[in-house]
Design a protein around this ligand. Sequence first.
Ligand code: GDP
Ligand code: IMO
Ligand code: MG
Length: 425
Amino acid sequence: MANTVIIGAQWGDEGKGKIVDMLSAGSDVVVRFQGGNNAGHTIEVNGKQTILHTIPSGILHPGKLCLIGNGVVLDPFVFLEEVDSLTANGVDTSPRRLGISYKTHLIMPYHIALDKAREAYKAGGKIGTTGRGIGPCYEDKAARVGLRACDLLNPDLVRAKISRALEEKNFLLKDMYKAEPLDPKEVADQILAVAGRITPYLTDVSGAIMESALIGKDVLWEGAQGVHLDLDHGTYPFVTSSNTVSGCAAIGSGVGPKTLTEIVGIAKAYTTRVGAGPFPTELDDDTGAFLRQQGHEFGATTGRPRRCGWLDAVVLRESARLCGLTQFALTKIDVLRNIPVLKICVDYKYKEQRIEYPPQEENALAEVTPIYEELPGFTEDISHCRHFEALPYNVQKYIQRIEALTGVRISYVSVGPDRDQTITV
Ligand code: GDP
Ligand code: IMO
Ligand code: MG
């Protein structure tokens, strides 16, 4: 396997965790490079489910080095909960094989408080965030007042930064949002109480990746969220607060862009979205409910029901363009079983014009009308298929149509949640 970046090609929850876990078998290093514990990545091995929020999805493969890059925002408490839970399940989570960049920003309790207070305060314009403090943490990073993992080596610096931050945050919490203020000493005590468990993981992530690459080891970058939640290129303002496109793998882990060779977009065979924002192919009908039911479309992080709709080739085309996708992995096609007629949105109608890419103005995606093509469905159980040729004719046609509409080949077809339920095309 070459150095490979895994990117969600839609609005998140495409099955990145499953594909990263599967591809980890042929890689040596797995790196998270953006996002935080807003992510919920599900892995299933022999029917046993593991949901990861911060630790890379390569962790279930013994011996693989798992790294959390500088582009991630890390909640230290969630990280330790995950370490404890994995350890209890017999997974090695020691610093020998798990590392956190010195430069990774830390999510503090006041980031979470602010995220929740703001969402509660907004009358109509809620983003529907995961409430994990992601936005406020990235804000502090850009404002150059963030607390980084390396700061945990210096308790005085931690106390000073938290005190300074809370002067401003408490004003906002109390006076603006009418929420409870936080005590700087308590917050600092809480974080310093666990600092000694975090600091052994501090790693020069850039150095570790390049060292591996130099000796011919293969690296896998694990994206979180999806291209259309990207801070710049997504459906702004209904986006997350990090860049989710492939180029961010380089920035968020500290390697040159030429290190990234294969870029795999993970695409669900239909579309889902959690939280607010435009979604042209959304189905508010029985088919939408059927997809939610059959696909178990409930958030891996917040448990919220996911909005469901038809596959949108415009969205995938845009992802291919923004990320330089070299391949797709198509997931959850088994979920489409027993829908008599399948629809794919091939283009949009916007201001009386037929367009192939999303319009660029803010919220214009809410104004487009999908142009659909209909394909015949299938009734066969495909969850046991392990070869492309074993798939029913109509499933093969559906896959080939997506390739033709996007210009990107589909290298993997996932036919069930388990690690083994995958076809390499
Ligand atoms: P991620 O955030 O992209 O890693 O995706 P999530 O884990 O949030 O959501 C994907 C869900 O679909 C998980 O429950 C997976 O176990 C499940 N899943 C992944 N691939 C397949 C598949 O091919 N078929 C079915 N039925 N479920 C799948
Ligand atoms: P994975 O990695 C789906 C959505 C939230 C909200 C918006 C902003 O599992 O695919 P945030 O908490 O990031 O400020 O929320 O982004 N969102 C996700 N939706 N999958 C995710 O991650 C998501 N992470 C954030 O629902 O609409
Ligand atoms: Mg998810």
